[in-house]
Structures are given as C-alpha cells and as structure tokens.
Design a protein around this ligand. Structure first.
Ligand code: PLP
Length: 424
C-alpha cells in the first residue's frame, strides 16, 4: 500500500504548530513519548468486548492484563475502590453514569453551561438535556464563585435525582463535602465530573471528591496528561438507592450497573490501545515527578492570573485555585471571538468562552479561557507567565494590526521553538 503522504504531511504540519506555538487551551496537554507509543500500538487491532476475564472475544489474554493494570493504577492514583477505564471520552463516561442511575425524564442538577459547566451536564443541545430534565446552579454575579446556600435552595425546590459537581471553566476549588450534604438532604446521587482538575486532585493539590461523591467521572487527557479518553470511579461501591433493575429485573450494586452502562449500554469494543496508553499515563501520574509537574501547573496559573489582573483584566472570581482561568474581556472592548482569532494569528491558542451573565451569543462570547497544563509540560515556569501575558495583551490591544501580530508570533516561536516537546 502506498504511504498516505497527504495525511502524514498534515500530521507534520500539526506537530509543527504544536511545537512552535503557545498552547493555552485549558483542556489540552502534550502526552509523553511512551503514552503516544502505546496509543499508536498494535492493540488498536484487538476486539475485547466485555471486561478482563469476562470477554466476548477470544485472544484477550494480553489485553486483559493491560486493562487490569490500568484499573489498578487508577485505583492507586485516586484511592478508589472501583474504576472503569473503558469510556471512549468524558462525554461517554457521563452518558454511561446517567444510563446507570437515571430513567429518561429524571431531574438532574448541573453547573450552567454559560457559567462554566459542560454540555453533558444538562445542556438542551446535548443528550443530557434532551433525555433528562435539567435544572442548573451557577456562580454569583458579584463574586463569580459558587454559592452553596443557593445550590441547596435549588436542590430543595427541584428535588433532583442526580447532582453534578464539576465544570469546564471554573477556576475555584469545589467543596465536595458541602455538595454531599446538599445531595443527602434531597436523596440525590452526587456525581463529580473532575475532567479538568483530575491531575491536580490526584496529587492532593485540590479537594478530593472520592470520599464525598458517590460517583466520579473524568477525562484522561487534560491535567492528567494521558490519551484522549474517559473513566468512571467510585470511592466505595453501594447498592443503587433508586432500586433500578437491570434489563433482567435484578437489583445490582452500582459497580455492576456502571459497568453495564458503559458496555453494553453505551459502547461496543473498548479501545485497547487507548487503555494501554491510559495505563502508561497513570503510571507516570503516580510518580513524584508528576506531583512537581502538577504543582507547577497550579503555580503557573496563579502567576498568570496575577499578571492579567495587574494589566486590568477581569478574571472571573478574581483569580484561580487550579490550572485555568476565565477572562471577561468586556472592559477591554474585544469579543471572545475576535480575541481568539487575533491570538491564533499570533500562534497563541486559546478558546473563546461564554462568561457568567454573558450578553453575547456562544459563537461570539465575551471571554476567553486560558490554562497552563500544556505550557507547563513544555517546561515554562512562573517567570515566563508575565512574558506570555504581555504578549497576549499586546495582541488584544492591537488586534487589527497585522504587523504587531506578526511580531508577537515571531516572539512566540522564539520562546517555544527550542523547547522539548515532551518532558518525560
Ligand atoms: N466533562 C467536563 C467537565 C469537560 O470539561 C469535558 C471536556 O471538555 C467533558 C466532560 C467531555 O470530555 P470529551 O471531550 O472527552 O467528551
């Protein structure tokens, strides 16, 4: 077969973009060589429907061991009793949990998408808002921070079956113990979606949801620095409180319901190459080096937030506890859409983002979201954050000036071009 030069040249172009640009998308990271190697391995050829030692296909002896290692490492990393490493993505992890614990039409309480929540937490354009009945909590307009008394009020009024604690664009730590009190007061299941801060949580740098939340979902490719994928965990298994039965009419433990929510409920064959890459990434995340990396992610975000504030930028909630921040650009007279476009032209990648109480559409938005996981993998430290913020500020204040944008792009290439792509 002839080599597909068209696609491989495009892959090289993308590699070049990743090497020479400044990657500030809060949900992205760069995996290590060995994670990449596992993801690109012969395990992609294997069908393995089912779970280790309970498969519907022959020849699974090797992949059984791989999946069990991934499970065991994830358990050690998060202190969890139950882990399912098969969800193809964060969205599919959430889909599987909902399928396991809810019936269509059940009420769910999630973080408002326009305040920082995720599509799968009840947005009307997503299955979660179409199949279930969503209600939302959000941040206070004045502080930009969650108000737990208000969340309690909403929960008491709405009596949801499931409460979701988690977000895609919230820069503060979450009080999972308080969420659990709220969930218990209305008999709801509490699910934490830690897709964004998972790596920082694993290394003890943020509040731990595992002792407090019934179920925890996460992606594996953000602060956790693994391959694209999802995962479901529980600190302790428990009997499904709603008495939901399996299709055969049996009452089962949550572990069994969650497993069948993933397969056969929502997926067919697991991506064994990705599960191998997850195992490698969890092995890396268990090391002290990964603690130092995660701490640096957090320190870089704090330094970046401080540099933005010094330049008069309005960070929602005034700062950050984790790896990211949401910047309201309304006082800078530029939309999120225009900011994203100008920054991308300067080889600084961010995403436009709605800010709480935004008056612009999701296609335009008033803000941008920035994060430090990827640039920290490239070896940048606190002292680089002032430089980056100065570059961003120069672009945003001159976003129609092509010469200035080109000059910034050159400075970005100088800053990033010589740095190693991977740290491990
Ligand atoms: N949950 C949260 C909080 C997220 O931020 C994301 C991704 O951005 C997801 C779920 C979905 O992950 P995926 O894109 O892998 O479906």
């Amino acid at each position: 077969m002839q080599r597909d030069e068209q696609i491989f040249e495009l892959i090289l172009d993308e590699q070049d973009r990743q090497i020479h640009g400044l990657e500030l998308i809060a949900s992205e990271n760069f995996v290590s060589d060995q994670v990449m190697e596992a993801a690109g391995s012969v395990l992609t050829n294997k069908y393995a429907e089912g779970y280790p030692n309970k498969r519907y296909y022959g020849g699974c002896e090797v992949v059984d061991i791989v999946e069990q290692i991934a499970i065991d490492r994830a358990k050690a990393l998060f202190g969890a009793e139950y882990v399912n490493v098969q969800p193809h993505s964060g969205s599919q992890a959430n889909t599987a949990v909902f399928a396991a614990v809810l019936k269509p039409g059940d009420k769910i309480l999630g973080f408002d998408l326009s305040h920082g929540g995720h599509l799968t937490h009840g947005s009307p354009v997503n299955f979660s808002g179409k199949l279930y009945s969503p209600v939302f909590y959000g941040v206070d307009q004045e502080t930009g921070v969650l108000n737990y008394d208000k969340i309690q009020e909403i929960a008491t009024k709405e009596q949801p079956k499931l409460i979701i604690a988690g977000a895609s664009a919230y820069s503060r730590d979450m009080d999972f113990a308080r969420f659990r009190e709220i969930a218990d007061s209305v008999g709801a299941i509490l699910m934490a979606d830690i897709s964004h801060p998972a790596g920082l949580i694993a290394k003890g740098l943020l509040n731990d949801p595992v002792p407090h939340c019934h179920i925890i979902t996460t992606t594996t490719h953000k602060t956790l620095r693994g391959p694209r994928g999802g995962m479901i965990m529980m600190g302790k298994d428990f009997e499904n409180p709603f008495g939901l039965k399996t299709p055969k009419g049996e009452t089962r433990m949550m572990s069994a319901l969650l497993d069948s929510g993933v397969f056969p409920g929502n997926q067919g064959g697991p991506l064994m190459h990705i599960i191998a890459a997850k195992a490698v990434a969890f092995g890396e995340a268990l090391t002290d080096e990964f603690f130092r990396y995660s701490l640096q992610v957090q320190k870089n975000a704090a330094a970046m937030a401080e540099a933005f504030v010094k330049r008069g930028y309005n960070i929602i909630s005034g700062g950050t506890d984790n790896h990211m921040m949401l910047i309201d650009l309304r006082n800078k007279n530029i939309s999120g859409k225009d900011a994203e476009k100008a920054l991308v032209a300067a080889e600084i990648t961010v995403n436009k983002n709605m800010v709480p109480f935004d008056d612009k559409s999701p296609f335009v938005t008033s803000g941008i979201r920035v994060g430090t996981p990827a640039i920290t993998t490239r070896g940048l430290v606190e002292s680089d954050m002032e430089t980056i913020v100065e570059l961003i500020d120069r672009v945003l204040m001159n976003h129609t000036n092509e010469d200035i944008i080109e000059q910034v792009a050159e400075e970005v290439n100088e800053l990033m071009g010589e740095r190693a792509m991977f740290v491990f």
